[in-house]
Design a protein around this ligand. Structure first.
Ligand code: NDP
Length: 282
């Protein structure tokens, strides 16, 4: 089984970003990472995103708010970030605490700054098969991972485990745009292992530690693991039991070291696009 690492794909995107910035003399594109509260997952995603922007020659600023901030106060602060001309793009860490009406914030975000595709305008574009907007970075990272490794999607049976608005649903639309035949699974899917075994490309985005073992994988399948979980031993792991699928899968992405690194690279590329800087080859 070939391991599909994220680092190589991220490096390719870095080259694209560097080439785009070469000769560009305007203000450095700046990402605003907006976080409410101190969830460890958010903190680690924020650190990774900021590090990646800086490594790619871009800028990032953190905007942090207390967990108990009121809906009205957060909206006022968010509107100011949204308007700020120094901010090129926004990454809002979700979900927001219950007292904040998240749907209203998603509708407020300027679609031109909405790098992670949470606004209705960008989601509509994803569902319409229109590549002009911003798709959710993780969903785009899965497609990028396949293409950068020369894996053709056209005509393939692609099965996605998970139907969230962040990963499963938008990814199913991006896969359709790439001419895959798509199956989307969830907790009510009858015979989940059997359905997954039919897939030529299997994407695990359920958020269940190591639930995908060899009984879910057809011979020679490509397995993309989006999950980020902690297993019974307290170790970071994906949705896929990487050791158990070794004899079945032709290729698979590890966790850590797989899709996550590509997600922040896609975010950086979105930031460059949001600044209106043409990216060669895109
Ligand atoms: P959600 O919890 O929002 O959605 C999980 C989906 O998986 C749901 O549709 C759920 O089905 C389905 N599901 C859960 N358990 C099972 C099961 N046992 N069998 C079949 N389907 C199941 O999660 P997210 O989409 O936000 O995230 C998924 C994973 O991806 C998480 O581990 C998250 O940490 C990770 N992630 C990784 C990113 C990256 O950059 N690598 C970025 C974003 C997320 P139902 O709808 O029926 O409840």
């Amino acid at each position: 089984m070939i391991e599909l690492k994220g680092a190589g794909v991220s490096a390719k995107i870095k080259d694209q970003v560097r080439a785009a910035l070469d000769g560009y003399e305007g203000p450095v594109p700046t990402l605003a990472v907006v976080r409410v509260g101190e969830k460890p997952d958010d903190l680690s995603y924020e650190r990774g995103a900021i590090k990646k922007m800086e490594a790619f020659g871009l800028r990032a600023r953190s905007f942090t708010f207390p967990q108990d901030i009121s809906d009205a106060d957060f909206k006022t602060a968010f509107a100011a970030i949204n308007r700020d001309e120094e901010i090129t793009g926004i990454l809002l860490l979700l979900p927001l605490p219950q007292q904040i009406r998240q749907k209203e914030i998603e509708a407020m975000i300027d679609p031109k700054k909405d790098l992670d595709g949470i606004s209705p305008a960008n989601l509509f574009r994803v569902f319409a098969g229109d590549a002009d907007g911003f798709a959710p970075c993780t969903a785009e990272a899965v497609v990028e991972m396949l293409k950068a490794n020369g894996i053709s999607i056209t005509g393939k049976r692609v099965t996605i485990v998970g139907r969230s608005m962040v990963v499963g649903k938008p990814l199913s639309m991006l896969m359709l745009r790439e001419n895959a035949t798509v199956t989307v699974c969830h907790t009510r899917t009858a015979d989940l292992p059997g359905t997954c075994r039919e897939a030529e490309i299997l994407v695990a985005a359920a958020g269940r530690a190591e639930m995908i073992d060899d009984t879910f994988v057809g011979d020679g399948a490509v397995v993309i693991d989006v999950g980020i979980n902690v297993n019974a031993e307290g170790k970071l792991c994906g949705d896929v039991d990487f050791e158990k699928i070794r004899k079945k899968a032709a290729m698979a992405t590890p966790v850590p070291g797989g899709v996550g690194a590509v997600t922040t690279a896609v975010l950086a590329r979105h930031l460059v696009r949001a600044a209106g800087i043409p990216i060669p080859g895109i």
